[in-house]
Design a protein around this ligand. Structure first.
Ligand SMILES: [Mg+2]
Length: 196
């Protein structure tokens, strides 16, 4: 039985703080990952949003291409891809399509279908894809997606350590992601969980 897995990219497949070093250099800061306690980067850097946007405009390609893959994400994704349908659902904009594909190729990640929404709102896409499990790192997304009735695995980061609601499971690495998905599959097979 194939599950439909919606998987976010930034902070979920990638290391969550991969933009930090370049941002520190550019803005003359010395922030550490533990300082990133909110998702909005300009707030972390204490600069106006427009300044961050300018930086992102200049370096987005390099930043995304240099992004590191989280430990075990590659082998977990390869394995998950052989048993499930993988859909990458990202807030990145369409213009990042080729860079994103290049990065997937460079890191030997399975070529799932790619949805670049250009927005943080992912609920409609999850519905359209008949999502069974959504893997995400942004707290607000997790709440929204879970409130719409989807199971969410929230990849732990300094900026999402807030209270969770039913339907969201906090995970700390890709071994846990893999195991949670397998557990879910077994529950469906046993009939403990009913899916449409
Ligand atoms: Mg993300």
């Amino acid at each position: 039985m194939k599950l439909n897995l919606c998987i976010d990219i930034d902070g979920t497949i990638t290391d969550a703080y991969y933009w930090l070093e370049r941002a520190n250099q550019y803005f003359g800061k010395n922030l550490k990952p533990k300082d990133v306690t909110t998702y909005d980067i300009h707030e972390v850097l204490r600069i106006p949003r427009e300044e961050y946007d300018k930086f992102y405009e200049l370096y987005s390609k390099e930043i995304h291409l240099e992004a590191e893959v989280r430990e075990n994400a590659q082998n977990a994704l390869v394995s998950l891809n052989s048993k499930n349908n993988i859909f990458y659902v990202t807030a990145r904009s369409q213009r990042m399509k080729s860079i994103t594909e290049e990065w997937f190729h460079k890191n030997n990640l399975p070529k799932g279908k790619l949805y670049l929404l250009g927005s943080h709102y992912k609920v409609d896409q999850a519905k359209e894809l008949s999502c069974h499990i959504f893997i995400e790192d942004r707290y607000e997304n997790a709440l929204e997606i879970a409130a719409a009735g989807f199971k969410v695995l929230l990849m732990d980061c300094y900026y999402n350590r807030k209270e969770l609601m039913p339907g969201i499971t906090r995970v700390f690495n890709w071994v846990e992601v893999y195991n949670e998905i397998e557990k879910y599959r077994e529950e469906i097979i046993k009939g403990t969980i009913k899916i449409a």
